[in-house]
Design a protein around this ligand. Structure first.
Ligand SMILES: *[C@@H]1O[C@H](CO)[C@@H](O)[C@H](O)[C@H]1NC(C)=O
Length: 437
């Protein structure tokens, strides 16, 4: 018996050695002063994305004070990241002033395969706001970086496609393998809304309506993300009954093998569109209301066909972050993330993100009581339970964003964060972590 327990100790030590993920170097960049006021407009979990890469350039979208309190411009930054690192360049869209002090009204940024940059911003149950570059500025890189590359005024529909375009919230962009770009958003309200997909063709330069894919039943889906990987489109969500966040319940999942036209339950069976909360096979985990689920936490998918979700709940009596894993063969598991040193997440406090590379997974978890963001790594070899602390960023007050494209093409995990502290000192930043895998 004694030698058996010694063997267990040795095996456990070997397993912890198997988690080879570490960070070789770290660098950060101040992007801008954050905007004035207590409202967060930079760094919210449902932005998709604030930070992204296309080819040799990285792009960041953020709000910056235009003049005085509560007046902001959409800003777009770029820098070369390969073959060598260039300086950040920024410009403001001075023809549109953002004035609604509301945390929903973030910016999302997407880049289609033709190199056009698409932006959507400033929504909470209002008509679509959209603008795109007039040419493929991410492909044929102009020396001048200015709003001249973007067409006229803000548009309230997607050219070529059909609505509804209002009341709209939470625009997200996701590029497909062939270069086309999907756009996803909610039409309706918290507690009563539907989710729609549109598709931009990189060949015709026009949008088309893929259709409504999630439909509320006097409630609404809050998606954890909208993820395309290896020609599969993954979505997972919780459902909200009323505007009150305590009515979030359950974990749902669906995948599409035709870019959102038709959908399957986790079992592989095709389901009718639009999917509703009562569609058979769609609910994967039952989690009652009042379990302190935070809607729109995070998800990702890795190159090996695994889906990873992040959602917290208090079903064990203590609020915990959970890793939802769907293996390539379609088996789901839900495991509490034992992240060493991480505080219990306070109700409704900052949401995290996941980033996957090969057999490694990084959970980027805000620790609100300590005003930090912690990066924890786990590996397939450790059944994604070998979480270890990789890095801590101090003086944080917001929700991190991940540059998934950059991580896909390199070992650099680049994240966008918002600092804590007073206006004038508080910055939005990009942090680069060189991962060793
Ligand atoms: C970021 O801004 C802070 C405050 O102004 C400054 O102390 C720091 O040196 C800056 N860091 C970099 C890398 O520019």
């Amino acid at each position: 018996m004694a030698s058996f327990s010694r063997l267990v100790v040795v095996l456990a030590a070997l397993l912890s050695f198997a988690n080879a993920i570490s960070i070789a170097s770290t660098k950060y960049y101040n992007i801008s002063n954050d905007v004035e006021g207590s409202v967060h407009l930079n760094g919210l979990a449902f932005q998709q994305n604030a930070l992204t890469t296309f080819g040799d350039y990285q792009y960041v979208a953020f709000y910056k004070t235009a003049s005085g309190y509560g007046k902001h411009y959409v800003n777009l930054g770029r820098r070369r990241i390969a073959p060598s690192l260039g300086d950040w360049q920024y410009f403001s869209f001075t023809d549109y002033e953002q004035t609604t002090l509301d945390e929903h009204n973030t910016i999302s940024l997407g880049i289609s395969g033709d190199g056009k940059i698409h932006l959507s911003f400033d929504h909470h149950d209002v008509p679509l706001n959209y603008r795109a570059s007039t040419s493929g500025v991410a492909k044929t890189i102009p020396s001048e970086w200015s709003m001249k590359s973007f067409g006229g005024t803000v548009q309230h529909s997607l050219p070529g496609s059909s609505g509804p375009w209002t009341p709209l919230t939470y625009p997200r962009f996701e590029r497909l393998a062939n270069g086309d770009l999907l756009m996803e958003f909610r039409i309706g309200q918290s507690g009563a809304g539907d989710s729609y997909i549109h598709r931009y063709s990189s060949t015709s330069g026009l949008w088309s309506n893929v259709g409504k894919y999630l439909q509320g039943q006097d409630n609404n889906a809050y998606i954890n993300g909208f993820t395309s990987q290896n020609n599969k489109l993954y979505v997972s969500w919780t459902v909200r009954e009323t505007p009150d966040a305590s009515t979030n319940h359950d974990f749902y999942f669906a995948l599409s093998e035709d870019d959102g036209r038709t959908w399957k339950a986790t079992s592989g069976s095709t389901v009718a569109k639009p999917i509703t909360p009562s569609t058979a096979g769609i609910k994967v985990y039952t989690i009652p209301q009042k379990s302190e689920i935070m809607n729109q936490e995070a998800q990702t998918a890795d190159e090996k066909g695994r889906f990873h979700g992040l959602m917290r709940d208090k079903t064990s009596g203590t609020a915990r972050f959970y890793h939802y894993l769907r293996t390539a063969s379609g088996t789901f598991s839900k495991t509490a993330i034992n992240a060493p040193g991480q505080s219990t997440p306070p109700y409704l406090q900052y949401r995290g993100k996941l980033a996957a590379k090969g057999d490694s997974l990084v959970a980027i978890l805000p620790d609100a009581p300590k005003n930090t963001v912690n990066l924890f790594g786990a590996t397939a070899g450790g059944n994604y339970q070998d979480w270890k602390l990789l890095a801590t960023i101090t003086n944080m007050a917001g929700e991190p964003q991940v540059d998934e494209e950059r991580l896909a093409q390199s070992n650099t995990l680049s994240i966008f964060v918002r600092q804590g502290g007073p206006f004038g000192e508080r910055k939005v930043q990009v942090w680069d972590f060189e991962l060793q895998l």
